[in-house]
Design a protein around this ligand. Structure first.
Ligand code: GLU
Length: 420
């Protein structure tokens, strides 16, 4: 007999499968599919780094430009032990559709280094970052490919990339990366932007479903930049954040966690584990909690065919990229869960990255209220555009967002035409 255990696809297979579903639903012709489906450029680089001990070790790095039809490639850089060429290709592909969904004039890109940044000293991290930046230097630039933070990369890492690029050029180039420190041409509100976008799109979803956000039970998986800031905004809006987790464990309090205290605790100790005023639960128990809003804010493929049936939520807000597999999508859809797909839900980050790039190019900076106001406008419009397709085509929200993103890129490719 054949084994019945589910074999999950890798992230790039998922990205290609979701593209095909959208292209089929749009009736996209084969020629256009061939033009926009695959990455335009894939660069793999070798990164030797001298450790503090004097020993030299080598890391593998990547930069992928998936599509530049609508504008320069745009997307973050990830430092994580699980980074692979296929993961970076998947993340770059999703950036293309994401930028199109929020209708900003960027294509999609992504970078990554396979490493454990938590095991590196600050000096080692800086040397690795600068060597990686040097290796991808021919590809990046404010007019062609603009990196930003992603998992385990920070404004400081962006500052080192900006400096490395600028030293090589011989003059300061602020617009080569976004998510920089504000003191270096970063945008106010960029650090909070992903979490803020998650909050706005969830608010719009709750309104559509007539679920009050006040008193709603919220569960957050992953308490990094996106997860913790979204959690705090839900907390401020009167929702009850009943559970949260990070790589070291999960915590639960049915009355609602004191989110600012949890954030301060994590800042101080590096983890949520041992946070007073909450009980320890397992990561599996966290995902199965009954709630109104579940926010997967960690990595890809955390909700799969194996655990989707145990989920009890009304809304899933994908703060992470690719947290729900296609098999899990189908199970959740049957259960009537309303899913806010990643390329819509977490697009607040890249939207404010766009504002940052505009500010850098214009040498004119906005105040935080203007940033947040413009962000809310962009996210609300993208949500409405997606919901329209969802309702008119009786599609899932994932398919609707992919249709919106793919159709905008396809239309741009059509009018540009094929060179030569
Ligand atoms: N890494 C973020 C994302 O996945 C932000 C990308 C950017 O700002 O360019 O959307």
């Amino acid at each position: 007999m054949l084994a019945t255990a589910t074999i999950e696809k890798n992230a790039y297979d998922v990205a290609l499968e979701n593209f095909d579903l959208a292209a089929d639903a749009l009736g996209l012709e084969d020629g256009l599919r061939a033009m926009i489906k695959y990455p335009e450029r894939v660069l793999q680089v070798s990164i030797p780094v001298r450790l503090d001990s004097g020993k030299i070790v080598r890391f593998e790095g990547y930069r992928v430009q998936h599509n530049t039809t609508r504008g320069p490639a745009k997307g973050g850089i990830r430092f994580h032990p699980n980074v692979t060429a296929d993961e970076v290709k998947a993340l770059a592909t999703w950036m293309t559709w994401k930028c199109a969904v929020v209708n900003i004039p960027f294509g999609g890109g992504k970078g990554g280094v396979t490493c454990n940044p938590k095991a590196l000293s600050l000096g080692e991290l800086e040397r690795m970052t600068r060597r990686y930046a040097s290796a991808i230097l021919p590809l990046i630039g404010p007019e062609k490919d603009i990196p930003a933070p992603d998992v385990y990369t920070t404004p400081q890492v962006m500052a080192w990339i900006m400096d490395t690029y600028s030293m090589n050029k011989g003059y300061p180039v602020h617009g080569v990366v976004t998510g920089k420190p504000v003191s270096l041409g970063g945008s106010l509100g960029r650090n909070e932007a992903t979490g803020r976008g998650v909050f706005y799109t969830t608010q719009s979803s709750a309104e559509h479903l007539k679920i009050p956000v006040k008193d709603a039970r919220v569960v957050v998986q992953g308490f990094g930049n996106a997860g913790s800031i979204a959690a705090n905004l839900f907390h401020q809006a009167g929702a009850r954040v009943i559970a949260a987790s990070d790589t070291r464990g999960a915590i639960w309090n049915a009355k609602g966690l004191d989110v600012p205290a949890a954030m301060a605790f994590k800042d101080r100790t590096g983890s949520l584990a041992g946070f007073p005023g909450a009980e320890k639960i397992t990561p599996a128990e966290l995902l199965a909690l009954e709630c109104e809003i579940l926010v997967p804010a960690a990595l890809e493929s955390t909700i799969t065919a194996d655990n989707a049936a145990s989920i009890h939520t009304r809304i899933i807000a994908e703060a992470a990229n690719g947290p729900v597999t296609p098999e899990a999508d189908r199970i959740l859809d049957q259960k009537g869960v309303f899913l806010i797909p990643d390329i819509l839900c977490n697009a607040g980050g890249v939207t404010v990255s766009y504002f940052e790039w505009v500010q850098d190019e214009n040498h004119l900076f906005w105040d935080e209220q203007d940033v947040n106001r413009q962000l809310e406008k962009v996210m609300t419009r993208a949500f409405a555009d997606t919901l329209k397709i969802y309702l008119e085509r009786k599609a899932t929200m994932r398919l609707a967002a992919n249709m919106l993103g793919v159709s905008r890129v396809a239309e741009a490719a059509r009018v540009r035409g094929l060179y030569p």
